[in-house]
Design a binder for this molecule. Structure first.
Ligand SMILES: [Zn+2]
Length: 237
């Protein structure tokens, strides 16, 4: 109990530190929270229940047994606030659609996207909003098979600066996964998995808000790979 209270206290201090850094005051954050959060479903109150709900949704999707969502009612019902039970870093790839493959509707998933599903500074800040304000209990880093961004990191491991536009800055963040998979026979799939694992490890290091929530047991970070062919999402260790 004492540890929980200490953890909450630590979390609150971290929130003060981070909101101050962002130019926000706690009363401001509180007002945003009051406006933005709706009650979560009674069945989804902690990280394990959130993960169970996602995996059950993916199972329904694979089996073609999706819930009969009334998206229009959900859209109208969520217009005054949101209470997502899971947040995502997913690749920008058009074939990776968390709401569909986890069989969810409006207001249930907080989805951040970037090619290569890496925890950029802006995405970490977005997830901090989900954790600190919306009290989202689960963060999922969602890689996928045949990821072009990871493939680019492998193919340009020694020539990343030759890539056009802003790509060098993005792809260079995937290079550690590429390098770590160098000896693998199934290199792309191995690098995709390592890239997810790196994200899971990196996220708490980049964010005291998230690491404090993990310590308090109010949030977990997991990673997995979505198979474009089968539709199955598989957790990685
Ligand atoms: Zn991708």
């Amino acid at each position: 109990m004492c540890n929980e209270i200490d953890a909450r206290s630590t979390s609150r201090r971290a929130m003060i530190r981070n909101t101050a850094a962002a130019g926000l005051s706690l009363p401001t954050l509180g007002m945003v929270s009051a406006m933005a959060e709706q009650p979560k479903p009674a069945s989804i109150q902690n990280p394990q229940e959130a993960l169970d709900a996602l995996m059950a949704g993916n199972k329904r999707f694979i089996g073609g047994d999706m819930l009969p969502h009334d998206h229009q009612s959900a859209q109208r019902g969520s217009s005054e606030g949101q209470s997502p039970f899971a947040a995502f870093i997913r690749c920008a790839d058009s074939r990776v659609a968390p709401e569909i493959v986890f069989d969810q509707s409006f207001g249930e998933l907080f989805v951040c996207g970037v090619a290569g599903n890496i925890p950029t500074e802006e995405i970490v800040a977005s997830l901090e909003y989900a954790v600190a304000v919306l009290h989202t209990p689960l963060i999922v880093i969602m890689g996928h098979s045949n990821c072009g961004a990871v493939d680019a990191a492998i193919k340009h491991e020694n020539s990343v600066t030759d890539l056009p536009g802003n790509l060098p800055g993005l792809i260079s963040q995937i290079l550690p996964a590429s390098i770590a998979s160098a000896d693998s026979e199934d290199r792309l799939n191995h690098a995709i998995k390592i890239n997810v694992q790196n994200g899971v490890k990196q996220l708490p290091k980049d964010s005291p808000v998230i690491s404090d929530a993990i310590e308090a047991g109010t949030c977990s970070v997991v990673g997995g790979v979505y198979d474009l062919h089968t539709g199955r999402f598989t957790l990685v260790d």
